[in-house]
Design a protein around this ligand. Structure first.
Ligand SMILES: *Cc1c(COP(=O)(O)O)cnc(C)c1O
Length: 234
């Protein structure tokens, strides 16, 4: 994608999401688009914002803070942190983001809770689950999920909203759907176990597997390449 025209790619992605929801028999507003802007310049985010996009996902803390400073005049805008999170970066994330999708250990959750400023309201959290059984991928196992969910639910500055996953790449709709179905079932299990919790979010589906994720109930799809074009290797 040289010569990317952002307004066109964004329109195409919105149509794709709408069609996927229709194919799944779901209402047109049943899933939101998170624009994943990692490695992309602030100017492209600004352009997407002027096209009506409000939620953006970033993976690298310092890069995100720099862009947020450049875009401080855009209001409203909602920043989601979706990358691996180390303990020495939790304060920046707690202070500068609305959502974190990549919580997979209690120590990180505890720090986010302790460091979330009162003035900002609770930080929305998704727990990242490893549903592809790949040792190399981050995320907690399904076995560990209930204990971490219970711990996060006890933290007053965090609001547990749901689950996130990045499955291993797979070819074909059926193979792509299987891990997303496991994540959906895991969320259903948590809802039964914690009926009072505001568990309304399945953060799943990227540029290559959006349709499979929407068929399995994704409520927040995270698309980068399809909106902003291919990323240079970091
Ligand atoms: C980069 C990234 C995405 C977007 O991936 P694309 O394939 O470019 O759509 C989504 N989620 C996470 C966690 C990412 O790191």
């Amino acid at each position: 994608m040289t010569d990317l025209v952002l307004s066109e790619s964004l329109t195409a992605v919105r149509a794709r999401l709408e069609e996927a929801l229709r194919a799944a028999g779901r209402p047109a507003d049943d899933a939101r688009l998170l624009a994943v802007s990692k490695t992309k310049p602030a100017e492209l985010i600004r352009e997407a914002w002027h096209e009506g996009q409000r939620e953006f996902g970033e993976n690298y803390v310092q890069e995100a803070l720099d862009k947020q400073a450049e875009l401080a005049d855009l209001d409203p805008i909602v920043w989601h942190f979706i990358g691996p999170l180390q303990s020495n970066k939790t304060r920046d994330v707690a202070e500068h983001f609305s959502w974190v999708h990549s919580v997979d250990r209690e120590r990180i959750a505890r720090r986010l809770n302790d460091q979330r400023p009162e003035a900002l309201g609770p930080l929305d959290i998704c727990l990242q689950v490893n549903i592809s059984d790949e040792a190399s991928k981050s995320g907690l196992s399904l076995d560990e999920l209930p204990a971490l969910a219970e711990a996060v639910l006890s933290m007053p500055r965090l609001r547990l909203r749901g689950l996130m996953a990045i499955p291993a790449p797979a070819e074909g709709l059926a193979a792509q759907r299987a891990p997303f179905a496991r994540l959906r079932e895991a969320l259903e299990g948590l809802r039964e176990r914690f009926p009072e919790a505001p568990l309304d979010t399945l953060s799943m589906g990227m540029s290559d597997d959006l349709e499979a994720a929407v068929l399995e109930g994704a409520t927040l799809v995270r698309l980068g390449t399809a909106i902003f074009g291919a990323r240079a290797h970091r």
